[in-house]
Design a protein around this ligand. Structure first.
Ligand code: NAD
Length: 358
């Protein structure tokens, strides 16, 4: 069985790194790697050559039984893929219905790693958590470089500066990492989430949890948040406005699985923020938490810089690839048995991730 690794278009990461291939001791499995696949993430061909065959893209597409990528293979290349092959990637199937339909029409199989259930047993394959953690960390570093001031308190002979105030909206994996990183840099941090469980986590990191009563918090939603009532959203926006007006940095991470991201920061709120403040919207690719966010763009509105970026893990490609690779390898070990593909639908993880079959 051949597992193919491709160079990611518009992304510096690579799906599987050489150290994973070295450890991946499954009989009858060989790796074919596109030339330069890992070069932007500091994983060079010379390393890959020790554990597999480095060849051109067409060769990998044509011969792989399983193709592992981070982003889906571009639709125009799907016809080059071996019939019946399994594509493993982050398909975001709720946002990419046309692509999934195309894959189905071509008789290919697709497993979407973002559909892995958020359960303890699936934790070692949870690419959403590993990438979110990097995004939260990077968002704070980005904010710190974009802010026209300090994060920590400074007392100097030239004057004193108060610590900066950071507001984090959505205290899931990315949000908590943002809270921890901003605290380490000396900021005063407040965070907000609709899940009650987030309160303790936020407080344990030394930040203040902002409470808005009346949130719907469903424990059976797999750890995810659910859509809130319009009344709650209005109250929440008011509370956010109050906090954002005195913050220097707002990092937004709120998502609802399969739905558009909730608007937490309205245009009016941005207009109440101090000039020079920074908004980093990590939910930009699913519609954004800020009304003014534009995906993959930075705009300035009345002196407030709004950075819409859901792709921050690509800016830390070495370690992001390492995490992704470990997660993906654990998934591969689950679906390969005796050197053959074994898509056992009785396994909850396989059943949830398989978005097309036969
Ligand atoms: P996510 O990326 O889907 O959402 C980010 C955060 O936004 C979540 O905390 C969510 O509650 C919050 N949010 C949604 N709507 C909001 C609103 N209107 N206002 C404020 N906040 C809002 O979530 P995630 O970070 O991927 O994961 C969320 C939770 O899932 C985790 O904190 C954890 O409880 C659970 N989880 C469990 C496992 C596991 O058991 N293996 C792994 C990962 C996550």
């Amino acid at each position: 069985m051949t597992i193919g690794i491709l160079k990611e278009p518009n992304d510096k990461r690579v799906s599987l790194v050489p150290s994973t291939l070295k450890k991946f001791k499954v009989e009858n499995v060989e790796f074919w790697i596109q030339e330069g696949a890992g070069s932007q993430a500091s994983y060079l061909d010379a390393k890959y050559e020790k554990y597999g065959k480095v060849t051109d893209r067409e060769d990998v597409l044509k011969n792989a039984d399983i193709l592992v990528t981070i982003n889906p293979i571009p639709a125009e290349e799907l016809s080059k893929v071996k019939k019946g092959a399994l594509l493993v990637a982050v398909f975001s199937p709720f946002q990419n219905e046309n692509l999934i339909t195309r894959i189905k029409e071509l008789g290919l199989q697709a497993a979407s790693l973002d559909m892995i259930p958020r359960t303890t047993i699936a934790q070692t394959m949870d690419i959403l958590s590993s990438m979110a953690s990097i995004a939260g960390y990077r968002a704070v570093l980005l904010a710190a470089t974009e802010l026209p001031g300090f994060f920590p308190m400074m007392i100097t002979a030239a004057g004193s500066i108060k610590p900066c105030k950071v507001l984090v909206l959505g205290a899931g994996v990315a949000g908590l990492q943002a809270v921890a990183t901003a605290r380490r840099l000396g900021a005063i941090v407040e965070a907000f989430d609709v899940r009650a469980a987030a309160k303790e986590e936020v407080e344990s990191l030394g930040a203040k949890f902002v409470e808005v009563p009346g949130a719907i918090d469903k424990r059976d939603a797999g750890g995810y948040a659910v859509e809130q009532t319009p009344e709650f959203m209005a109250r929440q926006q008011e509370e956010v406005q109050l906090r954002a007006a005195s913050s220097d940095v707002v990092i937004t991470t709120a998502q609802i699985l399969g739905k558009k991201a909730p608007i937490l920061l309205t245009k009016e709120t941005v207009e109440r923020m101090k000039p020079g403040s920074i908004v980093i919207d990590l939910a930009a690719s699913s519609g954004g938490n800020c009304e003014l966010s534009q995906d993959k763009k930075t705009i300035v509105h009345k002196g407030v810089k709004i950075i819409g970026n859901s792709h921050l893990p690509s800016d830390m490609p070495r370690d992001a690839s390492y995490f992704f690779s470990n997660n993906a390898a654990n998934y591969l070990k689950l679906i390969i048995k005796d050197g053959k593909l074994n898509l056992d639908l009785n396994n909850q993880i396989i059943e949830k991730t398989l978005v097309t079959r036969d």
